[in-house]
Design a protein around this ligand. Sequence first.
Ligand SMILES: [Fe+2]
Ligand SMILES: [Fe+2]
Length: 243
Amino acid sequence: MELFNENSKLASVILKDYSLLPVINRLGIQLGFGDKTIRDICNENGIDLNFFVETINVFHYEAYFPEKRLLDFPVTIVIDYLVKTHQYYVNYLMPENDRLIELFLSANPEESPENELVRKFYAKFKEEFVIHINFEESVMFPYILELNRVIENPDSSMQFRLKYPDYSISGFEKEHSHMDDKMDDLKNIIIKYLPPNYDQNRGNAFLSNLFLFEKDLKNHSRIEDHILIPKVKQLEMVLQNHD
Ligand SMILES: [Fe+2]
Ligand SMILES: [Fe+2]
């Protein structure tokens, strides 16, 4: 496993793995960087070099997970990345899925009754997905950011304790379901059971987008479960030790 490093040219990284395109965008980089190395690009754009390198490696190599190094990053950088990822899902991948699923399901004027089942599964997936993201952004992330502020500024700890008397990430952890599992049902129905009387190319286009989505989501959840939550547990320990 040859990892990318700060001396890698970003253009070669993208040529090797184009699924990193949205990842570098979320990290604050747009195309058109010539032959510059990751180090130069991060310096020019004020991006944390180590976080950039670790994130693209985590995304590119499923077996690579440098938990210790990633735990060193400020929680604010991790949350910023996660929120940008949510925005990418909500503003781009999901609408793209909506468009592609309708293109393929309605291509044939004689729709099979199973199409309705696919639509239902998709609608259910979407609904749960939106709930999941809303929960993280309106409950979980604000809690983490406040906890982090208290650690940086212990004067405000009274306020924090009043707001979160039983502060603990464990409750959120239990509720943190795996969205990518839900995507599997949808994929299986289409691949195994849906009568193929639809436009094959459009069906493939929808599935390709779903696979792309799944890969991105898996990495997103890995970062939440293996970086963010352990990091929050560390912060909670620090606060407890202040008691
Ligand atoms: Fe998330
Ligand atoms: Fe999540």
